[in-house]
Design a protein around this ligand. Structure first.
Ligand code: ADP
Length: 755
């Protein structure tokens, strides 16, 4: 709008261009020149640059007339109807710069104007209903409160989402909010400070809030309340900061608790002395001249006065310590210093002095003294405790059943307890001061010399490692070897360096003797076992021969005389035949039992599946005959002798098939699983079961729980099973109860599964 200046003069032109009201200038050539407000208004209406488009047709007509009047040099005002607002407008039409200036002034809602004004000042404004519900907000309010206009509209002062506090941090309840108070009292509530949480920045903002009720005309009844609030956060922060630094400063001053004073060249005090007054509470007439001496503790007074007089006389710096009475009557230890201040001629002009509170220093000194005393006490306690400990360890050493002796770095015995001395047949005194190795550790049990570098005790002295030796000998004063076990522990000096070793020795003669006895017993047992097995083997082997003879002759007799003698003789023959058969099977079982573990076949890795296939072959006849079933899930490999293991499984499976419950087909299931270094094999049946009291006994030789007529057998099967399992290093046991079926479990060493 650079045409305005030429038309209306420099300043006026700028003003018109910036005026928020639409202004138009009709230049002498009949051209419309619009200010920004007018142009914006027209642009909103999509009306190009035709000024008259702003008005109703009728108003436009009136304006044209007014323009004509203005051309004639007269100013008129026309009330107009503006198209984009309901409010009536007023256009001033005036002659100007040879053209005509038209100024549109639209009347506006005072509230709207107020809102705009507040925006400009960045003051928040809300209008609230009698129930304090927000009806209207200006555009500064959302910014200040950190909530959108939508969030604010409809919210009342009691809404729990408000977070407001007083300056001292107390919560600011909604019903005490200035708007509520103004609504209730009908009075203006002014400048209430309030902290409010500003959600977007997550900070507290400080507001100054004023609430103005709008009363129903002619009553005290509030119609609405207008609340205006300013964001004073910055001011508040500054104030806080100032308060804080003032406090810091004050405490600094208080902390130094120093009085600065001055005195005349003759040593007399001359008011004012604000520091002195504040500290002592003396009034100027009291401390003036030499009145200040009165504030000094009577006991210290004479000395102080003397020192001060001397300093003044000799013009030397003054230094004194005395107690000074504080305003509350308490005497405070003070250090006073003063120096003479001279003028250009070297004449003393005044004295400047300070009194410094010494109580802090005194307290520190006292604390130091207390601390020292405490330390002293603790050292004493510690010494006593150490003495106790020494006494205790001496007691322990003496009382200990084990031999204990200490060696220094050279291997010389530094102490030995009575048990050690007793063990080796020396007196304690004889042992102390002697090389331990030379005295008691010089040879091995077999008579070889014990080289120092092989000695575990000396190794510990060299490398600081604790050692435990289970078997060694030490030499008794009477020349025999004492079998010992011992622990060597290094000792350390204060710097942490190895300073020697402590050896705790145990006489293991008894232990060795007991072990030897045990070994002997086991050997005897093994021997007699072997003898027994040998006997069983030989006996059963040798029994076979006569049995064969009896068997052959019985057969002969039967063939020849059956049916020729009387029926009783026939029966006798039959018994004999039967007995021979049984005897044979018995002897075979016995032989089998004795044979277990006699062969030297090496153990091999076998898949359990293979063994079960072989065992199944062995029981095939029984399975077919009795409609039994055998199934297995045995993915593991075991380490063993296949022939023995097949016999083992065959025995267990055939027992499972044999001891079947009446009226039920036998079903045997074999499974395996890894348990540590073993494979556990379980053979489960659905048979008659075994009462718990027989669980151990069934594995003994010739043990049977049934009569032969019921179930055939020799009572050898499970005994053989146990022998086979134990030969492989495993064990066998069972879970069973009568009529519940039985499960025999056994373990065998695991074999590495072939890759
Ligand atoms: P036998 O030759 O009699 O079968 P065993 O040593 O194999 O001798 O078994 C000893 C006894 O243990 C048997 O007589 C039987 O009473 C009992 N027994 C063994 N296995 C089973 C089983 N699977 N179910 C029930 N009882 C069993």
């Amino acid at each position: 709008m650079n045409e305005f200046p030429t038309a209306a003069g420099q300043d006026a032109g700028a003003l018109l261009a910036a005026l928020p009201d639409p202004v138009a200038w009709l230049d002498p050539a009949g051209q419309w020149i619009l200010n920004a407000a007018a142009a914006a208004r027209l642009a909103n209406l999509n009306a190009g640059r035709d000024w008259s488009a702003l008005f109703s047709e009728e108003s436009a007509l009136q304006l044209r007339e007014a323009v004509a009047v203005a051309r004639a040099g007269q100013t008129t005002r026309v009330t107009v109807k503006v198209v984009d607002t309901a409010a009536p407008g007023l256009v001033t039409v005036a002659p100007s710069g040879g053209g005509v200036l038209l100024h549109l002034h639209v009347a506006r809602d005072p509230l709207e104007v107020a809102l705009e004004l507040m925006d400009g000042l960045h003051l928040g404004l809300t209008v609230q209903a009698p129930d304090s519900r927000i009806l209207l907000v200006n555009s500064a309010a959302p910014d200040i409160l950190g909530l959108s206009a939508e969030q604010l509209t409809g919210r009342d002062s009691l809404d729990p989402r408000w977070q407001a506090i007083h300056p001292d941090g107390r919560p600011f309840p909604g019903d005490t909010h200035p708007s509520r108070v103004a609504l209730q009292t009908g009075k203006v509530v002014r400048d209430v400070p309030m902290g409010i949480f500003h959600p977007p920045s997550e900070t507290w903002r400080w507001l100054q809030v004023t609430a103005i009720p709008r009363l129903v005309a002619g009553t005290d009844e509030p119609k609405q309340v207008t609340t205006v609030f300013a964001d004073v956060t910055e001011r508040h922060t500054l104030q806080r900061e100032m308060q804080r630094s003032e406090q810091r400063f004050r405490s600094l001053v208080e902390a130094t608790s120093q009085i600065v004073w001055d005195a005349r060249p003759d040593g007399n005090f001359l008011p004012p002395q604000p520091g002195w007054e504040a500290f002592t509470g003396q009034a100027p007439p009291e401390y003036g001249g030499d009145g200040w001496f009165a504030a000094i503790h009577p006991e210290d007074r004479a000395g102080t006065v003397n020192d001060w007089r001397q300093a003044v006389q000799t013009a030397q710096p003054y230094l004194s310590e005395h107690r000074l009475r504080r305003a509350d009557g308490q005497y405070v230890p003070m250090q006073a210093r003063a120096v003479p201040v001279r003028d250009g001629d070297g004449q003393i002009r005044e004295w400047v002095g300070t009194h410094t509170d010494m109580s802090a220093v005194r307290e520190a000194q006292q604390a130091l003294i207390d601390l020292n005393a405490d330390l002293e006490r603790r050292v004493q306690e510690r010494t006593l405790a150490l003495a106790d400990l020494t006494r205790f360890s001496t007691l322990l050493l003496t009382a200990a059943g084990e031999g204990i002796f200490g060696l220094d770095l050279r291997g010389v015995t530094t102490f030995a307890n009575p048990a050690a001395a007793r063990l080796l047949g020396y007196s304690v005194e004889r042992m102390i001061g002697h090389s331990q190795h030379e005295l008691v550790h010089h040879h091995h049990a077999d008579g070889r010399e014990y080289a120092l570098r092989d000695c575990p005790i000396h190794q510990t002295i060299r490398d600081g490692q604790t050692r435990r030796v289970e078997q060694d000998v030490m030499w008794h004063a009477q020349g025999h070897a004492v079998p010992v076990a011992y622990v060597v522990t290094p000792t350390h000096d204060e710097a942490g360096q190895v300073s020697g070793a402590v050896v705790m020795v145990q006489d293991i003669t008894e232990r060795e003797r007991a072990q030897a006895r045990l070994r002997e017993l086991i050997e005897n047992l093994e021997r007699s076992n072997q003898d027994l097995e040998q006997f069983a083997y030989v006996a059963s082997h040798d029994l076979q021969e006569p049995l064969r003879t009896i068997g052959s002759y019985t057969e002969l007799l039967t063939r020849r005389y059956q049916g020729q003698l009387d029926p009783r003789a026939d029966q006798y023959l039959h018994y004999m035949q039967d007995a021979v058969l049984r005897m044979r099977s018995l002897i075979q079982d016995l032989l089998g039992f004795a044979r277990v573990g006699r062969q030297d076949t090496p153990l091999e890795s076998v898949p359990l599946d293979d063994l079960l296939r072989a065992a199944e072959q062995n029981v095939r006849g029984t399975l077919d005959q009795d409609h039994g079933t055998l199934e297995w899930h045995t993915p593991d490999h075991v380490l063993g002798q296949p022939s023995l293991l097949i016999q083992l499984l065959t025995n267990l499976i055939s027992n499972g098939l044999k001891f079947r419950a009446p009226g039920r087909d036998a079903r045997v299931r074999v499974t395996s699983r890894r348990v540590g270094a073993f494979v556990q094999v379980s053979v489960q049946d659905n048979g008659i079961g075994i009462a718990p009291e027989y669980h151990a006994r069934v594995f003994d030789i010739f043990q049977r729980l049934h009569r032969r007529e019921q179930y055939a057998g020799n009572g050898m099967g499970l005994a053989i099973c146990r022998k086979i399992v134990e030969f492989h290093g495993g064990r066998i046991w069972l879970d069973s109860a009568p009529a519940q079926g039985s499960t025999f479990h056994l373990t065998l060493p695991v074999a590495p599964t072939p890759q």
